[in-house]
Design a protein around this ligand. Structure first.
Ligand SMILES: O=P(O)(O)OC[C@H](O)CO
Ligand SMILES: [Mg+2]
Length: 244
């Protein structure tokens, strides 16, 4: 019979990976870059003018979507039809966002993970609902991170007919990798409910890193939910483990 000392020194069994993926696709806003707070701040300001309060159930519906779609949701859900059109909403928030985006920070764990995957030859892409002009503003101080990506697909890409939760953007990102890649080879990182749904609709695995203010009911559908990218363990997904 093994003694307590023997048991203490026994190596922990290697856990069976959840899946063996070979390719990684990152969302951008709220996952790599801390930009979601800017959208919230600006939308709170606009709504306050109508004596209304912006809350996290509305945020959950808007985040991750293409600009035109989230503007339509904002106007409808807040009962602003007749007072503000989706186009006026976009125009009004544009100036404020343009000032805020260049100051965005990288979220914890993003650089560590991207450098690790790159050093180990894991192909990576970004799939963001952001259009080209906003992408340029948000990434102007974080260019290095994006040079490590095989490619970036944006919301205004011609192959992205419909925004998240449609699988279009993730399938477009998958098809642009070299060689034959299947959805089941891809691991998506997302912060938004619509993004997790898009990844699952594409037949991919989804790790969700949600804002803690998002109700847990929105975690449904994700294959794994983490508080931070710092908590991600690549070996759980068949990827090379961190050495540090
Ligand atoms: O989360 P992303 O990167 O798909 O961006 C979506 C919008 O631009 C912001 O919610
Ligand atoms: Mg996002």
């Amino acid at each position: 019979m093994a003694s307590a000392a023997d048991e203490g020194s026994a190596a922990a069994p290697t856990p069976t990976p959840r899946a063996a993926v070979s390719h990684v696709i990152f969302d951008m806003d709220g996952l790599l870059l801390d930009t979601e707070g800017f959208y919230t701040e600006v939308q709170e300001r606009i709504l306050a003018r109508y004596g209304k309060v912006f809350d996290w159930s509305l945020k959950a519906k808007m985040m991750g979507k293409k600009a035109a779609e989230s503007a339509r949701i904002f106007v409808d859900e807040c009962g602003l039809a007749g007072l503000l059109t989706p186009e006026q909403f976009l125009e009004e928030r544009e100036g404020m966002l343009q000032e805020l985006f260049p100051s965005c920070a990288v979220l914890p764990g993003a650089l560590r993970l991207i450098h690790h995957l790159h050093a180990n030859g894991v192909p990576m892409a970004v799939a963001t609902g952001s259009h080209k002009r906003h992408f340029a503003l948000k990434t102007q101080n974080h260019k290095e991170m994006f040079t490590l990506m095989h490619h970036v697909v944006m919301g205004d890409d011609p192959d992205v007919k419909t925004g998240k939760p449609s699988p279009d953007i993730f399938l477009a990102a998958m098809r642009r990798f070299e060689g034959k890649v299947e959805p089941s080879n891809c691991l998506v990182f997302e912060d938004a409910p619509s993004g997790v749904a898009a990844a699952k609709n594409a037949g991919m695995y989804a790790v969700m890193v949600p804002d803690p203010r998002l109700d847990v009911s929105y975690h449904k559908g994700a294959d794994q939910v983490l508080s931070s990218l710092l908590d991600f363990k690549p070996d759980e997904w068949g990827l090379p483990p961190f050495k540090d």
